[in-house]
Design a protein around this ligand. Structure first.
Ligand code: SF4
Length: 365
């Protein structure tokens, strides 16, 4: 298949587009992935480099995969920036790093009431997952104690999954998070192993892999994704998607760099919405059964094409991001409803998903 895809790209360049051929080629690739084929690097690169006039054919094929795994459902996540702007690391894309001059709120770990209040908002917004995020290299003992105390209280009160994003974790810390009821841990790979040193010097790609392995060993699900638009090559994007596949990551947030003023990467983030859609499609082809979330940068990079993204992805954040604004929740609910998709708080078995009724109303808060 990779050979025929490669040949098709050359033919396309020589003789112009043929939507019929494009539709069947992308559909054939989707069928092969449905049958167990692992996307190759050549195929992934062809997706990213595919002509714009094949975009709907590509998204249609990605939707075949998304539909099998998740039906017409959308999972919502709600972010709580539980400790803002105080990180000693130097990630170039991050407004909360020690090398960022971005004007953002700076505060230590929120108290228990504020974390509970965040959980209430998450539940009111129909989010299935409440993400507690701190800016840190890793959690201090005091922060570990606070998180492991509040998580059982949140879970007793609300029907929410908890995702903790606390930086680098030791195996012992991962075990403690599992024991208190944390369902999954977010720790993004962010980019490829090759490109990692271009975006951060205070920790390595391997450090991040080690944390993900500790989380897996502790028995929690992995939430890990990346950021596109930091100056990386398309090969870097593919290698990141494949590294996530190798780890069997259950939940993949795909961010598109929001070049925040005051961060070292404020001059990057030059993306167009069609490329962003191709990235989402490539992640779906590479990780057909993983939850794929359109994460930060959704509004500014996909713009009017946001709805198309949900034909490949099956999840979004509802509300604001860590230090930047998201669109109003009502706009997200309306977009999901207009697509004929439904919000589900928790994933159901795939067999049930396939029978989910289209055009069911999205309940609004
Ligand atoms: S470790 Fe996390 S919070 Fe700290 S600078 Fe990097 S991305 Fe930002």
């Amino acid at each position: 298949m990779s050979g025929s895809l490669g040949a098709s790209m050359i033919n396309h360049a020589q003789s112009g587009s043929c939507s019929q051929d494009a539709a069947s080629r992308w559909r054939q690739l989707a069928d092969r992935v449905l049958g167990g084929h692992s996307l190759t690097e050549a195929e992934a690169l062809e997706i990213l480099a595919s002509p714009d006039d094949e975009l709907l054919d590509l998204m249609s094929a990605a939707y075949v995969l998304r539909r099998r795994a998740f039906g017409n459902t959308v999972q919502l996540y709600f972010l709580m920036n539980a400790k803002s702007g105080l990180c000693p690391e130097d990630c170039g894309y991050c407004s909360q790093s020690k090398v960022s001059d971005a004007e953002i709120p700076k505060y230590n770990l929120l108290n228990a009431q504020k974390l509970l209040d965040g959980a209430r908002v998450a539940a009111e917004r129909n989010a299935g997952t409440y993400c507690i995020v701190i800016s840190a290299r890793g959690p201090s003992e005091r922060e570990m104690n606070a998180i492991t105390t509040i998580v059982p209280q949140i879970k007793a009160k609300y029907d929410l999954n908890i995702c903790a994003c606390l930086g680098l974790l030791t195996p012992e810390q991962a075990d403690r998070l599992k024991a208190c009821g944390v369902d999954k841990v977010n720790h993004n790979l962010n980019t490829s192993d090759n490109f990692y040193s271009e975006i951060c010097s205070t920790h390595t790609f391997q450090d991040r892999l080690d944390t993900l392995k500790a989380v897996r060993s502790a028995g929690m699900e992995l939430c890990s994704g990346g950021i596109v638009g930091m100056g990386e090559t398309q090969t870097d994007v593919v290698q990141m998607a494949f590294a996530l596949r190798d780890l069997g990551v259950e939940s993949i947030p795909v961010n598109f760099l929001n070049p925040i003023q005051g961060t070292p990467l404020s001059g990057e983030g030059k993306l167009n919405p069609r490329y962003c859609l191709k990235v989402l499609a490539m992640f779906r082809f590479a990780n057909p059964n993983s939850e794929i979330r359109i994460a930060g940068g959704r509004e500014i990079h996909l713009r009017s094409l946001q709805p198309l993204g949900l034909y490949a992805a099956n999840s979004v954040f509802v509300g604001d991001y860590l230090t930047t604004r998201g669109q109003a929740p009502e706009a997200d609910y309306r977009m999901i409803e207009d697509l004929g998709f439904i919000v589900t708080q928790h994933e159901e078995p795939a067999g049930q998903l396939r029978t989910a009724e289209p055009h069911a109303a999205v309940s609004e808060t």
